[in-house]
Design a protein around this ligand. Structure first.
Ligand code: TGC
Ligand code: FAD
Length: 369
């Protein structure tokens, strides 16, 4: 039921407009309240705080269907649910939960997640964003870059070091003096998603905006577990859209007097695509079962994120070839998915970083440093 309802919404609200928004490099903001209405923001958050209290397989299916439309739409939902609502729910005070979660669930407020810095991407532990305490408030300084939703977000969850160098989560609200969110332009990927910087120059933030219940790098990395899980499902959605498009095209396109789907070379591509999609689906389904039971570990999530995105990039490239010249046009979604997946394979931990997490898990040896 969840799959069908999200799929129907994507077909009606996203598919007809997404190509033009990607072409003009603009996020379709009018979809925000609708994303709230369909339950895409924080579906696993309890109903008491405005969520739907759904399980993780339902969450994964929602991400899959959104990314069938566009990775940028899934990104917006991932950030809101996994990277902003999740930490407020897990690590926030009751006052913070009640203040922020219902408005974030409905889309009345949008959030963003500031971990990456210009000089600290794969190695967020080296961050230099920091704050000093002054009684009832802190002064926060530093900059974050590559932040999804930053240009229009109402709040930013910023990860910063305290005076002892311990990483804390701070909720910064738009309008606080010294806080700005310049937009990042000239992206060839994730064009229908707004990306920006978070610039903080001695921003005065109330102490009560610090998440009280988490300290250290495990705070932001725990949020990434949830978001990476969502991406492991979402990327499969992009692959499914490319596969469906290629299959339909191959059955209709006539060359040498018959549909190209009748040629063995094209059948090989299509057969291998659907096999890889099915294998990836089995992996994320099993991971979802483990997550529902509280038994999924971060290394398993890394394996699934890496596998799904790699699979989707390969499926998208094969699909594009099946469409010949038409494959490079905006008449079909494949080129947009190919370009989007270049971000998806980089954010939330690069392809290399996830391989190294798996490497560490199986050998017990840390090859990061
Ligand atoms: P390390 O020393 O291994 O660990 C530090 C502390 O963190 C704990 N930990 C985790 N906790 C929860 N979940 C995880 N996945 C965890 N991984 C590690 C660890 O146990 C330790 O805890 P404690 O209590 O002992 O202090 O940390 P490290 O500095 O060696 O780094 C490890 C590494 C490289 C795996 C990590 O830094 C990493 O994952 N880097 C990749 C960075 C990344 O993924 N950035 C993503 C930014 S957000 C984003 O891209 C959003 S895109 C949004 C969209 O549009 O969809
Ligand atoms: P680097 O860390 O500089 O990596 C460069 C290359 O070096 C990569 O190939 C990497 O795999 C490799 N490398 C790095 N370390 C090692 C190592 N130890 N061993 C081997 N190879 C290594 N961040 C946020 O905080 N919030 C967001 O909302 C957000 N949204 C994003 C949206 C988009 C469109 C993009 C592109 C990025 C976004 N990011 C966000 C940032 C993203 O998480 C980082 O780009 C990513 O973590 C990689 O960091 P980096 O770009 O600095 O690359």
């Amino acid at each position: 039921m969840i799959r069908d309802s999200i799929r129907a919404w994507v077909k009606k609200a996203v598919s007809p407009i997404i190509e033009s928004y990607a072409q003009k490099a603009e996020f379709p903001k009018q979809l925000i309240p609708q994303l709230g209405d369909i339950g895409a923001f924080g579906p696993t958050i309890p109903k008491k705080y405005g969520g739907l209290g759904l399980d993780y397989i339902s969450y994964g299916i929602i991400m899959q269907e959104l990314e069938r439309g566009d990775s940028g739409i899934r990104s917006t939902a991932s950030v809101q649910g996994s990277l902003v609502m999740y930490p407020i729910h897990e690590f926030g005070s009751e006052e913070q939960r009640m203040k922020y979660l219902p408005k974030l669930a409905s889309g009345e407020w949008m959030g963003c997640f500031g971990l990456t810095e210009p000089d600290h991407g794969s190695n967020p532990g080296g961050m230099t964003t920091h704050f000093t305490e002054h009684g009832e408030y802190i002064l926060l300084s530093g900059s974050k870059m590559w932040i999804s939703n930053a240009p229009f977000a109402d709040i930013a969850l910023v990860w910063a070091k305290d005076e002892n160098g311990i990483i804390r989560g701070v909720i910064v609200e738009r309008g606080m003096e010294g806080f700005s969110t310049p937009e990042t332009h000239n992206k060839w990927s994730l064009r229908a998603s707004a990306t920006g910087e978070l610039v903080m120059d001695q921003v005065k933030v109330p102490v009560k905006n610090i998440l009280p219940n988490v300290k250290g790098l495990k705070g932001p990395l725990s949020c990434l577990n949830s978001a990476r899980f969502g991406i492991s499902w979402g990327a499969i959605g992009a692959a499914m859209d490319c596969y469906d498009t290629a299959l339909r095209y191959a059955k209709q396109r006539i060359q040498f007097g018959k549909p190209i789907a009748g040629f063995q070379l094209q059948q090989k591509k299509l057969a291998e695509m659907i096999t890889e999609i099915a294998k990836a689906q089995l992996m994320v389904w099993r991971l979802g079962v483990l997550k529902n039971e509280g038994r999924a570990n971060p290394a398993q999530i890394s394996m699934a994120k890496r596998n799904s995105v790699q699979m989707a990039t390969q499926v998208a490239r094969e699909a594009r070839q099946i469409l010949g010249g038409m494959g490079i046009t905006g008449e079909y979604p494949i080129m947009r998915h190919i370009m989007n997946l270049e971000s998806v394979i980089t954010y939330e931990g690069t392809h290399d970083i996830h391989l190294l997490i798996t490497g560490m898990d199986i050998t017990g040896l840390d090859a990061f440093k």
